[in-house]
Design a protein around this ligand. Structure first.
Ligand code: UD1
Ligand code: UDP
Length: 372
């Protein structure tokens, strides 16, 4: 059996790492394609090193572009690669443009697609990711969901229940594995020495419109009078901040470059509070039991609010400040860990994919294990 994985952007890497490792245990032949959607060393290379992901066999080097340009570029560069590789299954991750582009190419070539993190829905089509999620799930043959809401969303959209497998959360597999190493992370500066709130922002809805970004960061200015803020700045946000006139971060706001996975996990572990609009960070804080305020009106990860520590604060300044004060005064919402977020999701994916392959091709399990 030959599996081809497609990754492209930061949140893909921590999802693909455990899946690649699980298939390796079964001796499956694997090919890794990096679309190059993210390309800075601290948005890409560092994750390959820290997460033990093998060097990509192909880097399509697409870089940045409008949605249409980026999607089209990935499709036209990926098509000859996947035709030549002729894999039995292509595995795509999450909801970025690389995910949909690869799934669409494969669907037209009738190459089976597995979607890891299927079924998530924010029900907000202003998010480009929501379009990517809906379309990728329509195209996929194996849909691996992290939680029950994912199964229900897919069934509601008419997807055959036989294609849906609730496996748990692969991002948490990586977290569970690397938590001991993250606990050993030290920093040359004094970041861990006194209490801080950790902030990340990169959603176009928060950072692309100058007036909205201005309002969000002025709220952070106010919060920084009550607690120090550590803010690793995403490249999209960095560009927007540079063009925002009249704002310089106050003394209690530490803007830093994006950091590696281990450093960021350590920053979450030591934080009093996380303020974010990231998808994955809502999940990681839930697992770690760290209070999380999400600067969005909705989430495609509802279990982080119903079971976990996540609270949606929208873009309202007063809500963010009052929820932050609740945490700072020791009244943070308590949370638990959702079912199947246990560090074994990738193994379940590998077993299901191998069984599906055997069913389709009709060879004994041992032959599938040995590769073709
Ligand atoms: C992408 C995903 C988003 C995900 C985020 C994770 C889509 C539609 N969006 O958003 O779902 O949450 O990644 O981080 O797929 N840039 C750099 N260096 C890099 C990467 C990007 O400078 O290594 C700059 C580029 O100039 C680009 C901008 O950041 O214009 C945005 O990059 P892009 O990949 O288009 O979208 P993200 O905002 O990163
Ligand atoms: N992350 C990281 N360094 C950072 C910020 C985030 O390693 O400076 C990790 C974070 O721990 C999580 C993932 O990146 O595993 C989330 O990715 P991101 O927020 O870029 O995308 P999203 O999840 O919103 O799609």
């Amino acid at each position: 059996m030959h599996i081809l994985h497609v990754v492209g952007a930061r949140p893909n890497f921590m999802k693909a790492a455990p899946v690649i490792a699980a298939f390796r245990e079964y001796g499956v032949r694997q090919t890794l394609v990096h679309t190059g959607q993210h390309y800075d060393a601290f948005m890409s290379d560092i994750f390959f090193q820290q997460l033990g992901i093998p060097e990509p066999d192909f880097n399509l080097a697409v870089g940045a572009g409008s949605h249409a340009a980026q999607t089209a570029e990935i499709m036209s560069r990926f098509e000859p690669v996947v035709i030549a590789a002729n894999p039995d299954l292509v595995v795509v991750y999450g909801d970025v443009n690389s995910t949909l582009s690869a799934a669409l190419v494969c669907a037209k070539l009738r190459i089976p697609v597995g979607h890891v993190e299927a079924g998530l829905r924010s029900f907000d089509r202003d998010m480009p990711e929501e379009i990517n999620r809906i379309l990728t799930d329509q195209l996929a043959d194996l849909l691996f969901t992290p939680s029950e809401d994912g199964d229900l969303n897919l069934l509601r959209e008419g997807i055959d229940g036989q294609k849906i497998y609730r496996v748990g959360n692969v991002m948490i597999d990586t977290l569970v594995k690397l938590l001991p190493a993250a606990k050993r992370v030290t920093r040359a500066d004094d970041v861990f020495e006194s209490p801080y709130a950790l902030v990340t922002l990169h959603r176009p809805s928060n950072v692309d419109d100058p007036a909205t970004l201005d309002s969000v960061i002025r709220t952070l200015d106010t919060l920084s009078r009550e607690i120090r803020i550590v803010f690793p700045v995403h490249p999209r946000t960095r560009k927007q901040l540079e063009s925002l006139r009249g704002w310089t971060p106050g003394r209690n706001i530490q803007l830093i470059d994006p950091v590696g996975y281990l450093e960021f996990l350590a920053l979450q572990l030591h934080a009093v509070l996380v303020v974010t609009d990231s998808g994955g960070i809502q999940e990681e804080t839930t697992y770690l039991g760290v209070p999380c305020l999400t600067v969005r009106n909705n989430t495609e990860r509802p279990v982080t609010t119903t079971i976990g520590t996540n609270v949606l604060v929208g873009q309202d300044r007063e809500t963010l400040l009052s929820e932050a004060r609740r945490v700072l005064s020791g009244r943070a919402k308590k949370g638990g860990i959702p079912p199947l977020w246990d560090g074994r999701a990738a193994h379940r994916i590998a077993q299901i994919a191998l069984c599906a392959y055997v069913e389709r091709v009709g060879v004994p399990f041992e032959v599938a294990r040995a590769g073709r």
